[in-house]
Design a protein around this ligand. Structure first.
Ligand code: FAD
Length: 390
């Protein structure tokens, strides 16, 4: 069997590696001309995202992630109003990407291959790339992310739904903050919840992947509401005057909005969090969308990861869902040799997984950003792909 995977990020890499391990001939096509750079910053590192690296690559979790033991909530005065024991692991997008990429033979990972189209015959799929090359495959796996070209073609009526808020993000080296701030954020995920907003902080590996204390980063995530239309458009107009849709990468936020972020942080966030915001050299942001889809399998073509459902980040489960799609696909193909039949069998479970995550994260987001009824330490808010803590 020949498989083409489009999208060389965490979802595409995991699916590609799992099928390669089954002896299937796999090629992974990524539109970026260079290896992917740091995106998404910190990630809650859930078991499904760890699974390939632990089970197949023998990587030690302690080398690529940080284990924390507390969930903490601060109040406006930076007093700890909740401190519960709960173990999480946190890592960074770059660390996980590097580790997965190291498992792939360079000859099957093709940069600068942007898929522009495909023809789906009864017997095979012919994929076309912007660089003029083509590829014939028995199965096309589309892992092309939130702005998926494949989803737009297969499900033209599905549109991203703006959640009403964006997520400001940034990382600060541990060394840049004083011992008092360090002690608040060390060994914990720390939340502050206030009117129609919440912020959280957790430690992640340093830029070079170091997990040693003193060399790590504090990852800040702050959800803030912006009205759709001119309010959001003003925010999303970058420092060159260009209106962007999904995200503003580091270095592109307008000076006016970066300054507003620092001012509001100083006025509204507990001092240790405001301190982090004041030290963010290049805050960046992602607009929060929901994408709900009715199908994931289309003959010999399927959608995985963010190319399929996009759920809000409140369960920290986006990469875990992408990985779970890949594991389930490998299982389905090992049980059923007919690709079309295997995809059909696979689809039912993944639709149900994606939909439950979407609904749960919508509800969490509404409680924080609209209803304002988050309670410190609420067990419903525990991170997890299948449900709180699982
Ligand atoms: C604010 C925020 C916080 C998050 N926090 C977490 C967290 O804590 N834990 C977690 O697990 N997840 C988190 N996520 C989600 C996570 O980042 C995504 O779910 C995950 O990256 C999805 O992986 P993917 O491979 O499906 O898509 P992506 O990572 O988006 O990759 C898609 C790839 O496809 C490529 N591509 C696109 N179009 C084409 C084309 N036509 N041809 C070829 N290549 C193409 C792109 O260049 C890209 O490399 C968060 C997301 C956000 C927005």
């Amino acid at each position: 069997m020949q498989v083409a995977v489009v999208g060389g990020s965490l979802g595409g890499l995991t699916a590609g590696l799992l099928l390669r391990d089954m002896g299937i001939s796999v090629d992974i096509y990524e539109r970026s001309p260079v290896e992917l750079a740091q995106r998404g910053a910190g990630i809650g590192f859930l078991p499904e995202s760890q699974r390939y690296l632990v089970e197949r690559a023998g990587v030690s979790l302690d080398k690529i992630s940080i284990a924390t033991s507390h969930i903490r909530y601060l109040n406006r005065n930076a007093q700890m109003v909740y401190d519960g024991l709960h173990q999480y692991r946190f890592s960074s997008w770059t660390t996980i990407y590097r580790e997965l990429l190291a498992c792939v033979e360079p000859a099957i990972y093709h940069l600068d291959h942007e898929m522009i189209d495909w023809i789906d015959d009864a017997d095979c799929v012919n994929v076309r790339f912007a660089n003029g090359t083509t590829r014939q495959a028995d199965l096309l796996i589309c892992a092309d992310g939130v702005g998926s070209t494949a989803r737009a073609r297969l499900l033209p009526n599905v549109q991203p739904q703006y959640a009403g808020y964006v997520c400001w993000r940034g990382m600060v080296p541990e060394q840049a903050v004083d011992a008092k701030t360090r002690s608040v954020f060390d060994d914990a995920i720390t939340y502050y919840v206030y009117a129609n907003s919440h912020a959280l902080v957790y430690p992640i590996p340093g830029p070079d992947g170091s997990v040693k204390k003193g060399e790590r980063l504090f990852n800040l995530v702050w959800y803030r509401n912006y009205l759709e239309g001119s309010d959001l458009d003003d925010l999303m107009t970058d420092n060159t005057g260009q209106l962007r849709e999904i995200s503003l990468p580091p270095g592109s936020v307008s000076e006016r909005h970066a300054a507003e972020l620092r001012t509001v942080a100083a006025a509204r966030l507990p001092e240790p969090m405001a301190d982090l915001v004041s030290k963010l050299e290049q805050p960046f942001l992602q607009v929060i969308y929901d994408i709900d889809i009715p199908r994931m399998a289309f003959g010999r073509v399927c959608l995985v990861g963010d190319a399929a459902f996009v759920a809000r980040p409140h369960a920290a489960a986006g990469t875990a869902k992408a990985a779970a799609d890949g594991w389930a696909l490998a299982q389905a193909l090992s049980e059923e040799k007919d690709v079309v039949a295997a995809l059909k069998q696979w689809e039912a479970g993944q639709l149900s997984l994606g939909r439950q995550l979407l609904e749960r994260t919508r509800s969490i987001g509404r409680r924080s950003q609209v209803d304002c009824n988050w309670v410190a330490g609420d067990p419903e808010l525990i991170l997890g792909l299948h449900g709180p803590g699982v």
